[in-house]
Design a protein. Sequence first.
Length: 217
Amino acid sequence: MIPDLFADIASPEPSRIEMAEGAVLLRGKALPLEHELLAALDVIAAAAPFRHMVTPGGFVMSVAMTNCGAAGWVTDRTGYRYDRNDPESGKPWPEMPASFLQLAVEAATEAGYPDFRPDACLINRYEPGARLSLHQDKNERDFANPIVSVSLGLPATFQFGGLKRTDPITKYSLHHGDVAVWGGPSRLFYHGVPTLKDGVHEKVGRMRLNLTFRGAL
Ligand SMILES: O=C(O)CCC(=O)C(=O)O
Ligand SMILES: [Fe+2]
C-alpha cells in the first residue's frame, strides 16, 4: 500500500474551533482519558441508573439521564432544579470521578476559564432517535462558570445559536472525544442536539453519551 503522505493536508479541520466569543470546540480532547471515563460511567450508572425524566409540561424526555457530583440536574412536574440527592434513591449522587474532574478543568483552562471547578455533572444518554431541543442552561447559580460538554460514542450534530431562540444557528458535528466549552458572553447561548442517527460505536455501542459539567451550587 502506498502511504497517504497528504492525509493531514487533505483533512485540514483544526483541533480547536472557535464557535463564538467565549465558546470553543476542542476536537479529541477527551480521547486520552476515554477508558477511565467509560469505566467510571459504568460505576456511576450502577449506583444511579439512567432514567427518562419528565418535563414540567408532562413530556417524557427521549434522552435518559443521571448525574454525579455534589448536585444533579433533575426535572419533574414541579420544574427543573439541582438536587443534592437522587430522587429515585433518596441518596446523594455518586461522587465525581477524578478523571471527570481532570478533563473538565483541563478543557475549561484551555478554553480560557482556568478557575472552573465543577460541582455537578449531568450525564446524557442518547439512543438512536433521541434528541434535546434548543434550550439555555440557566438553572445554575452563577453564570460566571462555563459549561463543559464531553461527547462519547455515536456522532451527533450540535446546534449552537445565540442569546435569543430565533438567532441563527451554526451546526457542528460532535464525535467521540470532542469537548465543547461555552462561557462568558456565550454562556447563555441556545443550543441543542437534533435526533441521533442510528449506528454502532466500536467502544460505546449503539448510543451517544454526553457529560455536561456545571458549577451548579
Ligand atoms: O448532548 C449534548 O451535547 C448537549 C447536552 C446539553 O445541552 C445539556 O445537557 O444541557
Ligand atoms: Fe444544555
